[in-house]
Design a protein around this ligand. Structure first.
Ligand code: PLP
Length: 471
């Protein structure tokens, strides 16, 4: 499979191994496969057996093989087996599917090392990066910014890997106590935590400033594992297949996806175009409803940082969906010149994109949003009816799914993607139910461990010095 930038105007394509370690394409676009591989009913039937006999790792190998042709099959199989080794996850099925009493299903994506769905992609990315760097004989410093879940998922996935170092910026004192403990308790010379005096956007601006310094970036071999990395989307495609296979039957299923950067649901969009029977992709947002607004009106209107609400589902407090360009590329039939103009000129100049004239209904998206009160009510109802605790992000998906089922906009089996364990957002769970969410043994007492974190001002030279010092 070859890859092409969303903004490409010529026929230049690149191999998987060439785009693996990169973020943006040189023209500012995002990479996509030149075409989505198609999967027929026979393949789905075979994959059902693969999942039963060979587990999630076996299915991951099948799906990834369709997108990767420049890693030897035996290497790729080993990569998938290590990434999805059952002992790393709280459930040997990796992504089990459960059913609530009203028929809504949950696909549990947060059984990995950091207790959030980002692990599903990051575990594979860690293995792929290690494989590619060993092949090249190169080293890499992964520089990133996190508002909570990405940082710990990346650190757990990359820790202890020869040739890879992680420098992660997080906003000082703004993550939940559990999230802080998860990251800062990591005691590994390859993991450098920087707590920035500022908010998440300051962290992201610092990462951007370092990336804009081509010489520093080259000299220090700076790389990224941010949400625009193609391999993350590819890894996420796998669990749509797994969840569909585990839901049983051969008919269409709808997925409800708590969304922020449009990464999780973009993988569902790709699975659907590959031929997985998905009826609706239910996009759910919190009070930061840029994407809900787009699917209702056809106008994409990112908000400024000051207009981004701090909510009880903080990993979705995003007002500029970095993966959205990939969807628009499909919407516009991969018209690279038009994408380049829309995202490279029109959006920066006008702050909005009006795509209301395009036929966006053909991809099965429907959308909705939730308020803090909605999420609390959903957490409470799910606890009272089923004795199941869901986290506030998952509650957002459950809320929108239930509302659209009630109105008839969505029919048939609905699988809500569970994106975090309740323990990560204990305060909100307790507010909703009076219950303190149970803590898996692996996280026992992490708040009491020594902290490995350096406080720095929101200043690019301080980041440079930290990268130098860690070298
Ligand atoms: C990252 C994250 C999301 C949002 O996913 P996107 O891919 O950014 O749309 C939702 N819930 C949780 C818990 C997350 O960590």
């Amino acid at each position: 499979m070859r890859y092409v930038s969303t903004r490409a105007t010529d026929h230049t394509t690149r191999a998987f191994s060439d785009i693996l370690l990169e973020g943006l394409a040189p023209d500012g676009g995002l990479y996509l496969p030149v075409e989505y591989p198609r999967v027929d009913a026979g393949t789905l039937a075979r994959w059902r057996d693969v999942l039963l006999d060979d587990g999630y790792a076996g299915l991951a190998f099948e799906v990834c093989s369709l997108f990767i042709d420049d890693i030897p099959a035996e290497d790729l199989l080993g990569i998938c087996r290590r990434a999805y080794a059952p002992e790393k996850f709280l459930d040997p099925q990796i992504v089990p599917v459960s059913e609530l009493s009203d028929g809504v299903r949950l696909a549990h994506l947060s059984n990995g090392p950091s207790a959030a769905f980002k692990d599903m992609a990051m575990q594979l990315l860690g293995e792929l990066f290690a494989h590619e760097l060993a092949r090249r004989g190169e080293r890499l410093t992964i520089l990133g910014a996190t508002s909570g879940d990405t940082g710990s998922a990346a650190e757990y996935a990359l820790l202890g890997r020869p040739g890879i170092r992680v420098v992660m910026l997080s906003p000082a004192d703004r993550m939940t106590p559990f999230q802080q403990a998860q990251m800062y308790s990591i005691d590994d010379p390859g993991v450098v935590n920087l707590a920035v005096a500022g908010v998440f956007d300051d962290c992201q601006d610092l990462v951007k400033a370092i990336n804009a310094d081509a010489e520093f970036k080259r000299d220090h071999r700076i790389g990224a594992v941010n949400s625009i990395n193609w391999a993350r989307l590819m890894a996420q495609v796998v669990y749509y297949f797994a969840a569909w296979l585990r839901t049983g039957g051969d008919g269409p299923v709808s997925f409800a996806v708590p969304s922020g950067n449009f990464g999780n649901i973009a993988a569902g969009h790709i699975a659907r175009l590959m031929g997985l029977p998905i009826r609706h992709l239910v996009l759910a947002t919190n009070e930061n409803d840029v994407l809900d607004e787009f699917f209702r009106t056809g106008v994409y209107r990112p908000r400024a940082a000051q207009q981004t609400h701090a909510t009880s589902s903080p990993s979705m407090d995003i007002s500029k969906a970095s993966n959205f360009e990939r969807f628009v590329a499909d919407l516009l039939g991969r018209d690279g010149a038009r994408i380049a103009d829309l995202f490279g000129r029109e959006l920066p100049e006008t702050g909005r994109l009006d795509l209301s004239g395009e036929d966006r209904d053909r991809f099965g998206f429907v959308s909705g949003s939730s308020t803090h009160a909605d999420r609390l009510a959903e957490i409470r109802a799910t606890w009272e009816n089923d004795r199941v605790l869901i986290d506030p992000h998952t509650a957002d998906g459950v809320h929108v799914a239930r509302r659209l089922l009630a109105s008839g906009e969505v029919t048939g089996p609905v699988v809500v993607l569970e994106t975090a364990l309740p323990v990560k957002f204990a305060e909100t769970i307790t507010q909703a139910t009076g219950i303190v969410p149970p803590r898996p043994d692996r996280f026992a007492g992490i708040e009491d461990l020594p902290r490995h974190v350096t406080r720095i001002p929101a200043d690019v030279d301080a980041v440079r010095r930290a990268i130098d010092g860690a070298a």
